[in-house]
Design a protein around this ligand. Structure first.
Ligand code: NI
Length: 172
């Protein structure tokens, strides 16, 4: 079990676009396992590789309800194949912006194509919390944070609150 350090906004790596993995090899499988360990330790329900400083298109998720058995998902090279016109607004947070939350509006349902931890191509149809979470994590692979979906005014408020939090918690 390897828990990696999570980069905090506004770290420049979080704004960069991640590169696709060429193949899901042992190194990528190990990255996915470390990412899940890091996510559960935080704790969080999603983590993208750039958040631990790795600019590869890899993410992990677990949106199982509290008390339910874990339901880890590992994805390489995820792409949105379809998104609904209907939208949903949900409060989002991010392990790179600890204790900051804001409402974000996104497509309510999406279909995602990805490679699983064995390299098999899979599709996922998601709605509810899973749809929000997977879109949030795919955004990370393109250097987009949930705050980028907010107005400049709201984003400024969140970033100032985060700066205060970092100072109070002596975080870089
Ligand atoms: Ni995030």
């Amino acid at each position: 079990m390897t828990v990696r350090d999570i980069l905090l906004a506004p770290h420049p790596t979080l704004k960069r676009r991640a590169e696709p993995v060429v193949a899901v090899d042992d190194a990528v499988a190990k990255l996915m396992a470390d990412m899940l360990d890091t996510m559960y330790a935080a704790p969080g329900i999603g983590l993208a590789a750039p958040q631990i400083g790795v600019l590869r298109r890899v993410l992990v998720l677990d949106v199982a309800a509290k008390g339910a058995p874990p339901d880890p998902m590992k994805m390489a090279n995820p792409t949105v194949l379809w998104r609904s016109e209907e939208t949903a607004t949900r409060e989002e947070g991010c392990l790179s912006l600890p204790e900051q939350y804001a409402e974000v509006t996104r497509p309510a349902r999406v279909r995602i194509g990805y490679l699983d931890e064995t390299g098999s191509a899979r599709e996922l149809e998601a709605d509810g919390l899973l749809a929000t979470c997977v879109q949030h994590e795919i955004d990370h692979l393109d250097g987009i944070l949930f705050t980028d979906h907010l107005s400049a005014l709201k984003r400024g408020i969140v970033m100032r609150k985060l700066a205060k939090w970092k100072k109070a918690n002596d975080a870089a």
